[in-house]
Write a protein that binds this ligand. Structure first.
Ligand SMILES: Cc1ncc(COP(=O)(O)O)c(C=O)c1O
Length: 402
């Protein structure tokens, strides 16, 4: 019998824990169990109507064929205009690229630049795909833990200590999935001061949650906060989170021409480019009315406040107030070593979330999946009614541990 054999690169890859837990919650539900899922990073709003209409009109016009690999010129111009308008970043349309989701922006950049043995600095807790995509290239993720006391921000000293002559990239994500941490302009400049001394290190700035910041901190991105870094920074963003468009699969980036063209070389061989009607939808998102963003932000802030207040009131739970994104990242340290009423012993954050799912009926993701224990991520991209019910369950579950 012929045996199936995975490539060496693929054998290093884990399925995304976020998707695995969401699937487990679905399975429990179809088996008749009542489960509330707070495990997925997807806004529960609908894509605004003018965006849907733009896609439908594009299809009706016959815009159903391949696009130029970098993306349609109209969308690339809208991306350059967005960076100028919102981020004070001056990029030519030729320095932009449209990809199949933010995920593929990162994949293109890493595949275009990394050789086996190269290193990529990833502050933890990190979005699950960074380390996995780095591993796929044969390069090595260098995970740098952060501390809740520092707001889960990487310090300049920690960055300095992690850099070697093999470092190719630092991946920064602000606001952060999963911690909700936000780097202000001064925080970025402190990191840039370190990078000034290491001109071989590039920055991938993942700004997917740009519009979801609550309270005083203004959004900042490396190429604008530290202009000397602009010629070695890839600034990436997308429409998935800002416009409730996860299923349209459009992400984009701007950066130095040579990098953008190298990314297009990868993309040309992998997908030929993003779907044409979806590019028109993204064009409508970036050029049309922006009020949906403000409305969503106000709703998310209320939900965050509800979740933080409820979790913070649970004895033993430590829940810092995250300034951005739509996640909270509380510590479950106080429950380690305890047992559930069904006799399950909780030794790790993964045990905690599994028991919470199976015995408490709420799906969250363990911190270990994001490279930092003992925490867990609660997504508040759910309705207030669901969130309140889920908080009741988490409270009852924690009280039941002994
Ligand atoms: C931090 C971060 N970057 C990138 C992405 C990818 O987004 P997209 O759905 O556009 O591929 C996500 C999605 O969850 C994310 O959380």
């Amino acid at each position: 019998m012929t045996q199936f054999r995975k490539s060496t690169a693929l054998s290093r890859i884990q399925p995304a824990a976020t998707i695995a837990i969401t699937q487990k919650a679905r399975d429990l539900r179809s088996a008749g169990r009542d489960v509330i899922s707070l495990s997925i990073g997807e806004p529960n709003f609908d894509t605004p109507d003018h965006i849907k209409t733009a896609a439908a009109e594009a299809v009706a016009r016959g815009e159903t064929k391949y696009t130029p690999i970098h993306g349609i010129p109209e969308l690339r111009a809208a991306i350059a205009a967005k960076f100028a308008r919102e981020n004070a970043l001056d990029y030519a349309a030729s320095q932009t690229i449209v990809c199949t989701g933010g995920k593929q922006v990162i994949a293109n950049a890493l595949l275009a630049t990394l050789d086996p043995g190269d290193e990529v600095i990833v502050p933890a807790p990190y979005w699950v795909s960074y380390t996995q995509q780095v591993e796929m290239t044969g390069a090595v993720p260098v995970v740098v833990p952060t501390r809740a006391e520092d707001g889960f921000l990487m310090t300049a000293a920690a960055l300095e200590a992690a850099i070697t002559d093999k470092t190719r990239w630092l991946i920064l994500n602000s606001p952060s999935n999963p911690s909700g941490a936000v780097y202000g302009a001064d925080d970025l400049r402190a990191l840039a001061d370190v990078l000034e001394r290491h001109s071989h290190v590039w920055v991938l700035s993942d700004d997917m949650y740009e519009h979801l910041i609550y309270g005083g901190t203004a959004f900042a991105t490396m190429a604008a906060a530290a202009p000397t870094m602009k010629d070695r920074t890839l600034t990436m963003n997308g429409v998935s989170k800002a416009y409730a468009m996860t299923g349209w699969r459009i992400g984009y980036a701007a950066g130095p021409q040579a990098l953008i063209d190298a990314m297009a070389l990868v993309q040309g061989q992998l997908t030929s480019g993003a779907a044409r009607p979806c590019q028109w939808a993204a064009h409508a998102a970036l050029t049309g009315p922006q009020d949906a963003i403000q409305n969503q932000r106000a709703v998310f802030q209320q939900r965050r406040d509800l979740v933080v207040a409820r979790l913070g009131a649970i004895p033993g739970m430590e829940c810092p107030v995250p300034p951005g994104a739509f996640y909270v990242f509380p510590s479950c340290a106080a429950y380690l070593g305890k047992s559930t009423p069904e006799g399950r012993r909780i030794e790790t954050d993964e045990d905690f979330v599994m028991a919470l799912l199976e015995e408490g009926g709420v799906a969250c993701v363990h911190g270990a999946a994001f490279g930092q224990s003992p925490y867990f991520r609660v997504s508040y991209a759910a309705s207030e009614a669901e969130l309140s019910a889920a908080m009741d369950r988490i409270e009852a579950f924690c009280a039941s541990l002994g």
